[in-house]
Design a protein around this ligand. Sequence first.
Ligand code: ZN
Length: 133
Amino acid sequence: MVVKLDHIGIAVSDLAESLKVYTDMLGLELHGTETVEEQKVKTAFLPVGDTEIELLQTTAPDGPIGKFIEAKGQGIQHIAFKVEDIEAALAELKAKGVRLIDEKPRYGAGGARIAFLHPKATGGVLIELCQKD
Ligand code: ZN
C-alpha cells in the first residue's frame, strides 16, 4: 500500500524562525510555501533526499496546528506516507476496520490528495496518506 515516506510534518509557532533551522543551520533548500485555507495552515516544504520536511504554522488559533501546539507545543505532528491510489488505500484500511479521520481524500499542499488515519488506531502517531499525481 505504502510506497515511501513522503514527508515529516512539524508544527511550528513561527515559520520564518523555524525555517532558519532547516536552511541556515542544516543547509536544506526551501522548496516553496503555501497557505491551505481549508486546514488553516501555512506550510513550507524542504526536500531532503527522497523525502521532505513539512513545516506547519497555523493561520488561526482554532486550526488543527494551533490546537496541537497549544496542547503539546512545537514538534513533530505527523508522518506522511505516499500511496499510489489513495481511494484504494482508504478502502483497504476501512475493510480492515481501521479508524480514519478522513474517509475521503481532501486537498493538501502542493495539490496532493491527503487523508489522515486516527492516532488511536496507530499507537499515537498521526499518519497521513498522500497521493501526488
Ligand atoms: Zn503533511
